[in-house]
Design a protein around this ligand. Structure first.
Ligand code: AHG
Ligand code: MN
Ligand code: MN
Length: 336
């Protein structure tokens, strides 16, 4: 029988070999992983657990909250509040930051999350997930504000996501490659099922919501037109398309077999850079993708270099197989 490596063992070994995971960070990652397990259980119950449908409220971005958006947010807050590893949290589902209450010790990390990604897929039983990003609090006073969170993605101490799909998988980086764990439901443990994931540099598969094509900027349209032209077009090969509409599931596929994921700016709301959120969607996913040898830009610049100005800031996203992301980015740069 091959040796099974648990998440705990992986983290302890990483700390010994690379010294990247101090005790507080290890606790943080284990607590997030445990919270994801609870969310996975709620997701699996579906209608039997009364977790489907709308919560009847809107979040700060004006989106209708699903019951599972709210439940997942509560699970993550509750799990992370008391351990002494965090100073504060921020979430897609909360207007402002959640500071660790005074009755608990304050830690040196800050956690950001998209508690439930792919909300439109909950009620139709399609893969959804949780995305998280970990930053270090750089000031050492007890007070903390939104300002402390506004760090470029390259400063993340860790990032990960969990996919609630046919399997429940957790993908993690602490800055030394990417590892994948699968939930063993019988023992309740996260078991390492792949280490040092690599995204192939070339691909023949793209992911984008094509129904928005007429609203894109010309370089974006040019790129997709060329893919659609197939073998007899300028690219000289046929492309395939996939769009799950859960970023976690689309990124997970790309991490597994390559591809390029795009959610670009569109002209209907010219002042809005894109749909996805920089701090708890684009940054953690970009960190993971880069750690797996891929690339991530906002069509012009590296996402991880962007200086955030607001917690809920949005951004254009192009990420995945390096050569394809380079091409999309070059088309945009040339267009000016
Ligand atoms: P969320 O459910 O957290 O709001 O995120 C949904 C995002 C992302 O997961 C996905 O890639 C995209 O929205 C899908 O958008 P469309 O419905 O426009 O295709
Ligand atoms: Mn999301
Ligand atoms: Mn969400």
């Amino acid at each position: 029988m091959t040796k099974r490596v648990s998440l705990t063992q992986y983290l302890v070994e990483q700390q010994r070999e690379h010294g990247l995971i101090p005790a507080q960070l290890r606790l943080l990652i284990e607590v997030v992983a445990r919270a994801c397990k609870r969310i996975a259980i709620a997701v699996n119950k579906g209608a039997l657990g009364d977790v489907l449908g709308s919560a009847g409220t809107d979040n700060v971005q004006g989106e209708v909250q699903k019951k599972l958006d709210v439940i997942s947010n509560e699970v993550l807050i509750e799990a992370n509040e008391w351990g002494g590893h965090l100073a504060a949290m921020a979430s897609e589902e909360m207007d402002s930051i959640h500071v660790v209450p005074n009755r608990y010790p304050q830690g040196e990390y800050m956690l950001l999350f998209d508690p439930l990604d792919g909300s439109s897929n909950i009620d139709v039983n399609v893969s959804i997930g949780t995305i998280f990003s970990v930053l270090r609090k750089v000031t050492n006073t007890r007070g903390i504000s939104e300002e402390d969170f506004l760090q470029p993605g390259k400063q993340q101490a860790a990032a990960g996501y969990c996919v609630y799909g046919p399997q429940t998988t957790l993908v993690l980086t602490v800055g030394s490659g990417v590892a994948m764990f699968t939930l063993d439901r019988e023992t309740g443990s996260w078991i390492l099922t792949e280490d040092e994931l690599r995204i192939p540099e070339d691909t023949k598969e793209f992911a984008i919501n094509m129904s928005n094509m007429r609203h894109w900027a010309p370089p974006m349209r040019q790129y997709i037109d060329e893919c659609l032209a197939g073998k007899t077009g300028p690219r000289g090969k046929d492309f395939n398309m996939r769009w799950v509409a859960s970023m976690v599931a689309d990124v997970h596929r790309i991490l597994t077999r390559g591809g390029v994921f795009m959610y670009p700016w569109d002209q209907r709301e010219p002042d809005k850079p894109g749909k996805l959120r920089l701090m708890y969607e684009a940054n953690p996913m970009s960190f993971i993708v880069e750690q797996a040898g891929g690339m991530a830009t906002n069509t012009k610049e590296r996402i991880l270099d962007l200086q955030p100005t607001r917690l809920h800031e949005r951004v254009s996203v192009v990420l995945g197989s390096k050569n394809e992301v380079e091409r999309v980015t070059a088309y945009h740069r040339q267009a000016g």
